[in-house]
Design a protein. Structure first.
Length: 197
């Protein structure tokens, strides 16, 4: 396969193309690491004379980190609860605030790029267009930055630098977007060369 492409183009295959299954697998593993990392905190009332397990927010409260898996679990519970309220006709009980609606959107979207990457690995790119993958990772980077900004403005006293799960998700999204877009551009250049041959 590699030799055929090299023969058609007359140029060596870039490493992004040659090792795409390797770096996509690495992207999935890093995504799991991001979900195991802290994404938010839970405030626990601990008076000042006592020590905190993690870190102290103020004189009366300590912060405990919660993972991305926990955030997804709670978010999907909110989604299911909202759907059940809407289908049962209890519109007032299912009403959500704007931050909750944003949280629902983020929770539903956050795993989509990783799921599409898994589909690309399993199907070898037969059922999913490459440009769709590029768009998903670009949106993932925007969603990650938006999530961090909402956390920054809604929890001003929280130690946001310690929520490195969100930071690592943003960095992963930007890196995956770069790799997938480079792969897509290379494939776009390859198509006219094959048509000329």
């Amino acid at each position: 396969m590699k030799e055929q492409v090299m023969y058609q183009l007359g140029t060596p295959v870039p490493w992004i193309v040659e090792y795409k299954s390797v770096w996509r697998t690495a992207v999935l593993l890093i995504f799991l690491f991001c979900l195991l990392s802290p994404w938010t905190t839970d405030r626990i009332h601990v008076p000042a004379p006592y020590n905190c397990s993690w870190w102290r927010v103020d004189d009366d409260f300590c912060a405990t980190p919660l993972s991305g898996f926990w955030a997804l679990f709670v978010g999907y519970n909110i989604v299911v609860d909202s759907v059940l309220h809407l289908t049962s006709g209890a519109i007032s009980g299912g009403a959500r605030s704007f931050p909750q609606m944003l949280w629902i959107f983020w929770v539903v979207f956050i795993p989509l790029p990783a799921i599409s990457t898994l589909l690309l690995l399993r199907s070898h790119g037969r059922f999913l267009p490459q440009r769709f993958q590029v768009v998903l990772w670009a949106l993932a980077a925007v969603v990650g930055v938006g999530l961090f900004l909402v956390l920054a403005f809604t929890a001003l006293d929280e130690p946001l630098l310690r929520l490195w799960g969100v930071w690592s998700y943003i960095l992963l999204s930007v890196t995956a977007f770069y790799l997938e877009s480079r792969l897509w551009f290379w494939q776009q250049r390859r198509i006219p060369s094959q048509n000329l041959a």
